[in-house]
Structure formats: C-alpha cells, structure tokens
Design a protein around this ligand. Structure first.
Ligand code: DGL
Length: 262
C-alpha cells in the first residue's frame, strides 16, 4: 500500500455516493473504490450481527483490492465500528456528523438527528456526542422506510414527502425551536431539496465534508496523501443490479469509470 493506492468507500446502497462525491471534490487526486451492498439493503432494519458480517464482506473485498483506508459512508455500519475487523483505517461518519454539528451549534443547542432504526436504537450519535465533550443536545428520530425509497423509488416525490414528514415531525413536536438537523443516514443528503421543500427553516447538516477532512488528516499523518495523481477515478462495485445506481448518479451528476457486479 502506498499513496497511489485507492480509498475505499462503503455503504448499504447508493447513499455513500454523497460521500464519494465530496471526496472527489475535496481530495481530487485520490482514486475511489465504492462498494454499495444494494442486494442486502436496508441495513437499518437489520440486527447488529447481520450488519457487522455484511460490512466485513465489503471491507475484506476492498482490502483485497489494495485500498489504503475505508470511509464508512453509512451511519448504520459506523454504529458498529468497534466490532469491525479491518487491516486498514476505518473512518466513521457518525463521528463526522457530531464534529460537523458541534462546529455550527451553540453550546447546549438542541439539534435533530434523522437516521435508521439501527443507528437510533443503538444511540450511536449520543455516544459520539459524549465522546466529543457533549456540546450539543440531540433529539433523534428513525425512518424504517426512507433509505429504501431513496434507493429504489427516488422519483416518487409524494411518497418521499409523506415519509419525510413522518420522520421529522416527532423531532419538531418535542422541540419546536429546532433549526438544525443532522442527516444521520447517508441516503438523506440525496433528498436535501425534498426535505427543505417541506421544512424550509431547517439547516441540514451533512457529515460528508467532515468525514473527508478526517480522512485527509489521517492520510497526511501517515504520508499516504496522494499529491501528484493526474485526475482520479471512481469505480463502483454493487451486489445488486447495476441499473439501481442510475437515478442517484444522475441526480448527483457523477459518472464513474465502471460499475461492476460482485
Ligand atoms: N445509508 C445508510 C446509513 O447511512 C443506511 C441505509 C440502510 O438502511 O441500508 O445509515
């Protein structure tokens, strides 16, 4: 492994493309290998053991391809980071979400978090907040349906709107003064516009930029940052149908080098 090795990005499906896009923007010399486990999504309704074993399959696969670090671009996988075995550094998007929110919030401010059931049930945002000094107060809400709808029915705006309301309204019922919302599932930045169409006063916090900063710091410290590649590529791997990436790639204006079925 050296500075020319690619960076791995994993998610249960298309959600982590929001992170891959940020990675390409912030560290344009890094080649990216992206694995989306579309066949087995949604992870958010699965047990800890299932999530750990599915995530380890992707980690092993990308390690064999020679990645130098892996961004866990899935909050549900990051929730169980302590349980994952890996020979390369894994970077958690949950820690990044807390870092991003803490940098824009007042001390003690209440912030909403929307995430999957597994992420909310295991209190991973609350634990990461404690670890970071507990500067903010979190109110969480889970959606068991939104990630799958985003993955498979991105054009169904009326269904998205209904499920967005269902997920966010309990947070605002609990604290109507909330103005900031952490997108604690990497699928959610794909529907930022749809969320703001329903709740225009909410500032949406996307952890992706902070997660890429954490990667950059790690690569600098270990002398693995690629300074001199002439342009990077994204290669996608999916356990599902290659066509399932189409709508999201179009919406994010991304064009990978190749999409490979695993
Ligand atoms: N994108 C994943 C996350 O950030 C979850 C989607 C799923 O439930 O599979 O948590």
């Amino acid at each position: 492994m050296d500075r020319y090795s690619p960076v791995g990005v994993i998610d249960s499906g298309v959600g982590g493309l929001t992170v891959a896009k940020q990675l390409k923007r912030s560290l344009p010399n890094e080649d990216i290998l992206y694995f989306g486990d579309s066949k087995n999504m949604p992870y958010g309704n699965r047990s800890r053991d299932e999530i750990v074993s599915l995530a380890e399959f992707m980690i092993d696969y990308l390690e064999e391809k020679g990645v130098k670090a892996i961004l866990l671009a899935c909050n549900t996988i990051s929730t169980f980071i302590e349980d994952l075995h890996s020979g390369v550094r894994l970077i958690s998007i949950v820690d990044a979400g807390i870092r991003a929110a803490s940098s824009v919030c007042e001390e003690g401010e209440s912030v909403g978090v929307i995430a999957t059931k597994a992420t909310v049930d295991s209190c991973s945002y609350e634990k990461a907040n404690e670890k970071a000094g507990g500067r903010i107060k979190l109110i969480t809400s889970a959606s068991t349906s939104l990630p799958r709808i985003i993955d498979r029915q991105l054009q169904n705006t009326s269904l998205l709107t209904e499920k967005i309301r269902e997920c966010i309204s309990p947070i605002l019922d609990e604290d109507p003064s909330i103005t900031k919302l952490i997108l604690g599932c990497s699928h959610f930045p794909i529907i930022k516009e749809e969320i703001n169409a329903v709740y225009p006063f909410l500032n949406l916090i996307d952890p992706a930029a902070c997660q890429v900063e954490m990667l950059r710091d790690y690569l600098r410290e270990t002398d693995l940052l690629n300074y001199d590649n002439d342009g990077s590529d994204i290669t996608l791997y999916t356990s599902g149908d290659e066509s399932e990436f189409g709508l999201t790639l179009e919406k994010l204006r991304m064009s990978p080098l190749a999409i490979n079925r695993v």
